[in-house]
Design a protein around this ligand. Structure first.
Ligand SMILES: Cc1cc2nc3c(=O)[nH]c(=O)nc-3n(C[C@H](O)[C@H](O)[C@H](O)COP(=O)(O)OP(=O)(O)OC[C@H]3O[C@@H](n4cnc5c(N)ncnc54)[C@H](O)[C@@H]3O)c2cc1C
Length: 118
């Protein structure tokens, strides 16, 4: 049953760790309760990261407070536009960072073109 919610090998591992064997119906209520309580309160503590070799996005960058939200232009340095990862904007993986890079680049490009047109 657990393998319907978790990857099979993980389900088998946690069940074995908890001493769950055989038919579910034959396990004591006490054992099942302590197992489900443990699962519900499962805290994962990362032991480290895989470093820059696997890194996909950076945290930090130029503070957005210093930029115009429409044009991405630096308030303190007119004519300087900041886009994408150079800014302190970080999204979940899954396309949000690409979207931010493209959208902020588009906004800055439009603003620059408009300024040139006068
Ligand atoms: C392996 C990997 C996987 C990723 N997967 C995803 C994902 O699935 N979804 C998602 O949303 N985001 C993902 N990202 C993050 C995403 O790629 C970035 O957030 C996004 O590309 C940032 O765009 P950017 O234009 O700000 O910077 P970049 O794409 O880094 O572009 C900066 C450009 O500037 C150039 N450059 C640097 N210095 C100079 C210089 N001095 N002179 C001239 N040019 C220079 C660089 O060569 C580069 O072409 C991934 C990143 C990595 C590394």
């Amino acid at each position: 049953m657990l393998a319907e919610a978790l990857p099979k090998r993980l389900a088998a591992h946690v069940a074995a760790e908890a001493g769950l064997r055989g038919n579910l119906a034959d396990c004591s209520d006490k054992l099942l309760k302590s197992f489900t309580d443990g699962l519900a309160d499962w805290r994962l503590k990362p032991t480290g990261s895989e470093g820059y070799r696997k890194a996909e996005v950076t945290l930090g960058g130029i503070d957005t407070d210093g930029l115009d939200a429409r044009t991405m232009e630096a308030r303190a340095v007119p004519g300087l536009h900041v886009i994408g990862e150079a800014m302190d904007v970080t999204g979940w993986l899954g396309g949000y960072n690409f979207q931010w890079a493209w959208s902020s680049g588009w906004a800055a490009g439009q603003a620059i073109a408009q300024k040139r047109r006068g």
